[in-house]
Design a protein around this ligand. Structure first.
Ligand SMILES: [Zn+2]
Length: 345
């Protein structure tokens, strides 16, 4: 089958478009014909071998996690899916046997692994996954839209809906509205919860798109002081919940934008991992911090339900042919996009 893989770590030119063996569904697995695969930062880190993801070659590794497609084969014991079902794939595969998995907190599974990082992924014509990682999508949902959902909506759901429990009468500040997580957070806060949404971004064009997605207020962080603007927009109080996925560069201003008793949620640190936390402010202002990494299978079930009802709709920036995966990686590195980048075979 055709696939995009790496034989060594490197830049976008390390991606090879070529032939790889077609996988077969084992017991409890489904084989899926991939119709769309969405890019994530993790794909870039895996390609580069950064952030603890350096690995040995050979064998080559097919990149890619998030994807959607058609079930073409159901392995032994699979009862929930059959050939012809349209599905979206949760790329985080957990063991289903440890205490975390047993308790429904499979996002904490110590044996979990990522498709496309620890094992072959979705930049391919076919993949196999445990059937519990594939969820049926409705006819009104396109493969491209579905593929753009898991890795952006799972952490957003985990931090905003389940952990920080954002409420309709509250205000949330979403950092960097143009990235996948930012666009997902705006939609979940507005369309699912019904909260007031303030977002930050860097250009007027991106600000307009954030408003279209549902942001009530947008702050251009290149022109305005975020803390001052947030205070002005909240009657001096600060926001109830903060959604961070960018890390170091914005941490201090984000932290200072929270009201006393506010909840700081974080699921990524694309601008850097180090930040200085003022412990005095942490305890005197009684801030709660939620570190989140992807989400649980139950989170995914709830997200797909909202996707199928049309309540959430991922923002897609551009669709590339699978053979042009390196151009898609280049685009992601240049950071000049709004929404998800998607590959189609
Ligand atoms: Zn487990």
């Amino acid at each position: 089958m055709k696939a995009v893989y790496i034989e060594a770590h490197g830049g976008p030119e390390a991606l090879v478009y070529g032939e790889r063996p077609e996988p077969a569904a084992g017991a409890g697995e489904v084989k899926i014909r991939v119709r769309a695969s969405a890019l994530n930062r993790l794909d870039l880190y895996t390609r580069e071998g950064g952030r603890g993801l350096r690995r040995e070659f050979p064998p080559p590794l097919i990149l890619g996690g998030d994807c959607a497609g058609d079930v073409v084969e159901a392995g032994e014991g699979v009862r929930s899916l059959q050939p012809g079902d349209r599905v979206v794939v949760n790329p985080r595969i957990s063991c289903n046997q440890c205490p975390a998995c047993m308790s429904g907190r499979d996002d904490l599974c110590p044996r979990s692994r990522f498709m496309g990082s620890a094992s072959d992924g979705s930049y391919a014509e076919f993949i196999t996954v445990p059937s519990v990682n594939a969820h049926k999508i409705g006819d009104s949902v396109s493969y491209e839209e579905a593929a753009a959902v898991p890795t952006t909506f799972l952490p957003v759901w985990n931090m905003m809906v389940r952990r920080a429990a954002l409420q309709p009468w509250e205000t949330v500040l979403v950092l960097s509205a143009s990235a996948g997580v930012g666009t997902a957070a705006i939609q979940v806060a507005k369309n699912v919860v019904g909260a007031r949404v303030i977002a930050t971004t860097s250009t007027e064009e991106k600000a307009d798109k954030a408003r279209e997605l549902g942001a009530d207020e947008v702050i251009n962080y290149r022109e305005k002081d975020v803390v001052e603007r947030v205070k002005a927009l909240t009657g001096g109080a600060g926001v109830d919940v903060l959604v961070d996925h960018v890390g170091a560069e914005f941490f201090t201003s984000a932290f200072n934008s929270l009201r006393p008793g506010g909840r700081y949620t974080i699921c990524g640190a694309t601008t850097g991992l180090g930040a200085e936390l003022h412990l005095g402010l942490l305890f005197t202002r009684q801030i709660e911090i939620y570190g989140t990494f992807m989400g649980s299978k139950e989170d995914m079930r709830q997200i797909v339900e909202m996707l199928n009802r049309g309540v959430i709709r991922p923002a897609i920036h551009q669709v590339f042919p699978l053979a042009e995966a390196s151009a898609a990686h280049q685009t992601m590195e240049e950071a000049n996009f709004f929404g998800k980048l998607v590959l189609t075979p």
